[in-house]
Design a protein around this ligand. Sequence first.
Ligand code: SAM
Length: 251
Amino acid sequence: MTSALLTAVGLGPGDPELITLKGLRAIEAADLVFVPRSQDGEQSLALRIAQPWLHPERQQVVELALPMTRNPAQLLPAWQGAADHIARCLTDLGKPEPRGVYLLLGDPLLYGTFTYIWGELAAHHPQTKIEILPGVTSFAAAAARAQFLLCATSDRVAILPASYETDAAYLQRLLADYDTVILLKVGPVLPQILTALEEMDLLGSALYAERVGMPEEYIALGSEVRALRDQRRPYLSLLIVRRDGKEARIG
Ligand SMILES: C[S@@+](CC[C@H](N)C(=O)[O-])C[C@H]1O[C@@H](n2cnc3c(N)ncnc32)[C@H](O)[C@@H]1O
């Protein structure tokens, strides 16, 4: 009976230097490096971020194609297949203590793909032990890059995925209850979110951040955000808004 260990490593948002030391050590100790990849053939972003820290001469990279859909009929078999494949690859190494890492952007437990594969592994491959190493989240990195205050003292923060249902009325309710609202997955619905913020006179209190930490990083603040009103932007983007915009930046 082998004692396999799979470590989910949060890589941070894109800059390879934002990987934690523990994450780096887990990557270095791994025999197998599992990375999620969308099925459209694009290179895995997780693989791109971790590339400087990999050792191709002694490690094998296993890409797991996962569908970018909300359709459970497609998702469930993909997660099951990925979990089975991970367990099989670790066993096939023939080592008493095979080590694998599953790499993903930001923090593993913040809307990460690992959650589902973890469930499948726990249910069907309990011999594979799981370890989870946190990572710098996209919104923490965006706030730091832009020097944009997330919260202080007793401020309340809401984190949620933006969607077509996120209209002015909903944002208004959120900003009545929370001092800071963080909207992930915002790019495809950006025009309607910015229109809603404009109605609330809050466009000047927003931070928009895209592909933070990557060579293609783009950050807009205050009046620069206004210019994005008519643009749908990539999925890898987020928006942070403070209800008291004056305090959003210090200095
Ligand atoms: C599936 S969630 C993963 C979140 C990730 N686990 C984290 O800790 O930030 C994907 C969303 O995270 C945000 N995101 C992740 N990486 C990002 C980056 N480098 N720049 C901007 N937004 C990012 C975007 O809102 C994107 O739509």
